[in-house]
Design a protein around this ligand. Sequence first.
Ligand SMILES: Cc1cc2nc3c(=O)[nH]c(=O)nc-3n(C[C@H](O)[C@H](O)[C@H](O)COP(=O)(O)OP(=O)(O)OC[C@H]3O[C@@H](n4cnc5c(N)ncnc54)[C@H](O)[C@@H]3O)c2cc1C
Length: 473
Amino acid sequence: MGQQPLTPQAVVSGYTGSSPAAYRLAKGWHEQLDITKAYLNKAANKMKKWADKNRRPLEFQEGDLVMVKLLPHQFKVFRKVHKGLVRKYEGPFPIIRKVGKVSYNLELPPKLKIHPVFHVSMLKPYHADLEDQTRGKSQRAPTAVVASFERDIESIETKRVIRRRGVPSYNEYFLSNAGLRAEYWSSSNLQLKEPELTVGPEGCAAFLPDDAQIDVHSAVALIEKDNIHFIPHNRYAEFYNDPAVCLMRYSKDGKVDAVKTNNNKILHAKEAVVIAAGSWTGSLMHNLARDLDVTINVPVQPRKGYLLVFENIKSNLRLNHATMEAGYVNYQRTSTENSSKSTDISMTATIDAKGNLLVGSNRQFVGFNGDLDMHIVEQIWKRTQEFFPALRNISLESLSQEMKVRTGFRPYMPDGKPVIGPIPSMPNVYLATGHEGGGISMALGTAELIADMVLGNSLKLDPTPFAAEGRCC
Ligand SMILES: Cc1cc2nc3c(=O)[nH]c(=O)nc-3n(C[C@H](O)[C@H](O)[C@H](O)COP(=O)(O)OP(=O)(O)OC[C@H]3O[C@@H](n4cnc5c(N)ncnc54)[C@H](O)[C@@H]3O)c2cc1C
């Protein structure tokens, strides 16, 4: 009672008792403890030696510029970003102050929403190029900043020149230049958004969220129905199967006063005559102008295309968007006027409001020959199957009951631009043609432009590239 208990340590150091066996046992433990401690020290020193091999003592001062290592798994903001896209180091950022022995508080851009205190091991000093201070400073936003980033825009590029071997160089204009929003989807993203569509791992897609679909037949039916109200006011008349054959002039001021139809009906022009006869505009203008002794040559040509319409198609194909192979838009690259035999096929596929599957299409110069070529229909179906595996086991023969084929003539202008504007020798006669494969989407814009021209309003876009002068007369 009242004494400290004897430990092996105490026994060994000052043992004077009568039990030498206990003394030896305690001494043995003591020696083993010393040996163990010695080994542990040796192991710790060895580990330190290797750990310190690439370690440099780092100390930063307030205001120093440092690069920060951002580990993707550490920050929530990075979780949406693929780790391969996170840069190893971001910066340079200035040090505000030292926090504790080994941590520093940094001044991060406010848009980078992460905690600004970092362990020294995550920092490395930033060495500026003394000759060129801007070198090494990234102009890109830090990876986690997805909304916007304070950065000076030096110039806005509206186009880029494409140079390829064996092909004359040409300009490629950016969609944003035309006021269109566009999102670019990788192959894997596309798989999520449009699971039935296959473009391969190298493929990708541009998604245009502002684009919409129109059912042309329903739209025309609606316009006709509404226009009936204008008949009593002499502001609307229908002349189906009664083509225009002649322009009439009553005075010598160059103005055209009326249009005569094949059945001798006269349509009086109050302000203007608009010739919008698509692929027929060239021959029509030629005939109309001949009687007035005016030379006009609209080089528009018919470019035939097919649209396959499948009603109640019994496939599992689900489409969330209208889809179009990029080559379909690049129509100037495809078949030329001289290659009348060849046909270009590019995939377009969509499901209309009635649930029909619409599949297209081809481009072909065969004049106004409206014959149906089943070989082309098969080629279009084959191209579609390449993009949609769900259709690969469905033969065209098995769909013959559900399929209807529509053909049309796209009004093609050799220079790729529509003709929208007045004819100089007939100032109140306007042309609106040559829209090729985009006449439906450009219809409202064309109508607005023509209406503004006729009424003398200020124009919303520069009409010079579409002028008839220099291209048709
Ligand atoms: C398969 C296919 C798919 C297409 N897909 C799209 C698409 O997705 N989006 C798009 O924007 N565009 C598309 N187009 C293109 C579009 O159809 C044309 O650009 C558009 O129809 C051109 O319109 P337009 O009024 O100039 O000519 P047209 O539509 O050809 O109309 C011209 C009209 O003039 C009439 N006419 C001819 N001569 C006379 C005369 N002497 N007197 C009175 N009338 C006359 C004709 O009967 C005809 O009705 C497609 C075309 C095809 C073939």
